[in-house]
Design a binder for this molecule. Structure first.
Ligand SMILES: Nc1ncnc2c1ncn2[C@@H]1O[C@H](COP(=O)(O)OP(=O)(O)OP(=O)(O)O)[C@@H](O)[C@H]1O
Ligand SMILES: [Mg+2]
Length: 408
């Protein structure tokens, strides 16, 4: 029989470091570590699932008690990501602070670091995910391949850029964009002017002739040790990622180039935790960096069932500076289809049993109210080939959210 746990004992620690104080992890419930996450969305919810298995207590800074991670049992601190007092409250309760989204005030994170808190990713790495102009400028300066780009203040700047790189061009909001919001393909100066009239900072990019979009998910510890998952193929519809296939159906040379780029970026920006790097692959096999996310990422969702260790488990292990888990796949292929809320409200409770008739289907529902275009869950199917796995995942997704498949 193991001895009973001692309240307030030092944790067994990581790499021999004991942790005590208000963020102390050892307690009567056998908690191994206490991790704080800013944001309580679906990424925090899936991190909570992973935390449970490792005896980690996840505490989240959430906007309300109805956020997906709080519904899944994460300890909640209620507050916004720009509220320094709330961030301090979270940091003081935990051993390490991490993030479920990018919309966190980097200056506040720097204040937490200055006060001695562990914050992963740190504010410098986070800026690469927050500000597309900063990311493009720094990655280009570091020698990484990125699309031609420049900062623009007005339509004349866009026209000057297009004179060199040809219309149409891509306008991107520097900050705040996601799921294609803040990304506009424009074909002339008038279209550019109306996008810029929305205000905020913009950059313009050359339109890359994309053959395939891929993502590389890597997990990195503070000292640089890392593991990387097989390259994932991502399919976007109107800027929203709708499907994933792991491993990507690209030549080995392309996969290894993408992997090398992602690992080099993780090292260059000092990322800790999961880093996802989205890349464009052109028909001749050129690989260009699109954007980086310094947190668990939609493109890594197939790792939950498809990999020996999920991205969420490896994120926790990385930010705690624990040994990382195997990223090998459990099946030849994993296919994931995102569930997007439609214009018609759907009753998931009625639909779910029909989707589950196919026993290969793994359904993840995020506990979010369905709204048009909003990611409310995903479905993963493992298999021997991409087409069959995708077909099964699409069928299940249709049964769950398509208006045509509504139960009669
Ligand atoms: N320079 C480009 N050339 C061609 N297509 C592009 C370019 N930039 C973006 N796109 C298309 O728009 C999509 C969304 O762009 P991006 O990933 O930059 O924006 P986002 O809305 O921030 O995405 P996310 O939801 O992944 O954060 C890309 O996945 C790609 O399909
Ligand atoms: Mg993107």
């Amino acid at each position: 029989m193991p001895p009973p746990p001692t309240p307030h004992a030092s944790s067994p620690g990581h790499d021999g470091v004991s942790v005590t104080g208000s963020g102390s992890s050892g307690d009567a419930h056998g908690t191994t570590a206490v991790v704080g996450m800013v944001g309580g969305g679906q990424l925090a919810r899936m991190t909570q699932r992973a935390a449970i298995d490792l005896g980690i207590r996840l505490e989240v800074l959430a906007l309300g008690a109805d956020e997906p991670a709080v519904l899944a049992g994460a300890v909640s601190h209620i507050g916004g990501p720009d509220d320094l007092a709330a961030l301090r409250g979270l940091a003081e309760a935990v051993e390490v602070v991490t993030l479920d989204h990018e919309l966190v005030n980097a200056g506040h994170l720097a204040a937490l670091v200055a006060a001695g808190h562990r914050v992963h990713p740190g504010p410098d790495a986070l800026r690469f995910a927050q500000d597309k102009l900063h990311a493009r400028t720094r990655l280009a300066a570091l020698g990484f391949p990125v699309p031609a780009f420049r900062s623009v203040a007005n339509a004349a700047d866009v026209t000057a850029f297009a004179a060199v790189h040809a219309w149409p061009v891509v306008l991107k909001a520097r900050t705040g964009g996601y799921d294609g919001r803040g990304v506009e393909v424009v074909g002339d100066a008038d279209a550019a002017a109306s996008v810029l009239a929305r205000g905020g900072g913009w950059l313009v990019e050359a339109l890359v002739p994309i053959a395939t979009e891929v993502s590389v998910v890597t997990a990195r510890r503070p000292g640089g040790a890392h593991v990387t998952y097989p390259v994932v193929e991502t399919v976007q519809d109107q800027g929203i990622c709708v499907e994933l296939v792991m491993p990507a159906r690209v030549p080995p040379a392309v996969a290894s180039r993408a992997t090398d780029l992602a690992e080099a970026i993780a090292e260059a920006i000092g990322a800790v935790g999961i880093l996802a790097v989205e890349l464009f692959v052109t028909a001749p096999g050129e690989v260009v960096v699109n954007e980086v996310a310094t947190r668990p990422h939609n493109s890594g969702h197939a790792t939950i069932e498809g990999s020996v260790t999920s991205q969420f488990t490896n994120h926790l292990r990385a930010v705690l500076d624990w040994p990382l888990g195997d990223t090998a796949m459990r099946a030849p292929v994993a296919a994931t289809v995102n569930l997007l809320g439609g214009s018609v409200p759907t009753d998931l409770a009625d639909r779910l049993p029909r989707a589950l008739v196919d026993g290969r289907v793994h359904v993840h529902l995020y506990g979010k109210e369905p709204r048009p275009g909003r990611k409310i869950g995903h479905v993963t199917v493992l298999g021997d080939d991409a087409e069959h796995a995708l077909a099964a995942a699409r069928r299940a997704a249709d049964l769950l959210v398509s208006p045509e498949e509504a139960p009669t």
